[in-house]
Design a protein around this ligand. Sequence first.
Ligand SMILES: Nc1ncnc2c1ncn2[C@@H]1O[C@H](COP(=O)(O)OP(=O)(O)OP(=O)(O)O)[C@@H](O)[C@H]1O
Ligand SMILES: [Mg+2]
Length: 227
Amino acid sequence: MPRGKVTLLIGPNGSGKTTLINVISGVLSPDGGSIIFEGEDITRLSPHERFKRGIVRSFQIPRLFQNLSVMENTIVGRDGNPGESVVRGLFKSLWVEFEKKAFSDTFGKLEFTGLKRLSERKPGELSGGQMKLLELSRTLMPLNPKLVLIDEPIAGVNPALAHEILASIKKVSAELNVTFLIVEHRLDIAVEYADYAYAMHLGRVIAAGEPRKVLEDPKVIESYLGV
Ligand SMILES: Nc1ncnc2c1ncn2[C@@H]1O[C@H](COP(=O)(O)OP(=O)(O)OP(=O)(O)O)[C@@H](O)[C@H]1O
Ligand SMILES: [Mg+2]
């Protein structure tokens, strides 16, 4: 994936897109091949070690803490908590500073995903689209994300907000040099915001390159027709 760009991953149902995200984020181990991130082989690192290196992901089916509010579900995406270090964890001032910053950043992300007014709600009170937005809010919380993997960010989200979200993702990638890999079925919307695209079919990449060209590739069209 080109660094600091938005890469779109497409393919029919069951072609292996989510599996690939699971392999890159370390949830699944590959049977073969290796995962190279910033020139280093990370194939054997655990998911949390990959997260520490700046690889962040969301899930196709949102994984939310049912007893926590929207605000709390989002803030857990923040790393660098002073409690992660025994020595730093002893200094109250560090905690206060960390929490203040995390709190205001959380509201910023929720404003961006349109969930700010629902910040006190529990996940059970959200619609499917709003749950997707909550997962997205959380992936944007780490202090220094390098690669963000997002499985169907705009599934169930209305078109106006979907455009807004993808435009903001593109802006974040350009301004902060964050690489995004986005799996999405709503190609008409997503294609406008992608710099590069891969198409998968039956577990393999069948086309790669300029997004509109990939969409028009006869092999890709055939794969969607189930030929
Ligand atoms: N843990 C697993 N064990 C065995 N097979 C699996 C497992 N997870 C996924 N599969 C199979 O791998 C294939 C690819 O699934 P995957 O979820 O990656 O597809 P996808 O491209 O994300 O599809 P969709 O667009 O429907 O989300 C499917 O045939 C699926 O049934
Ligand atoms: Mg999938």
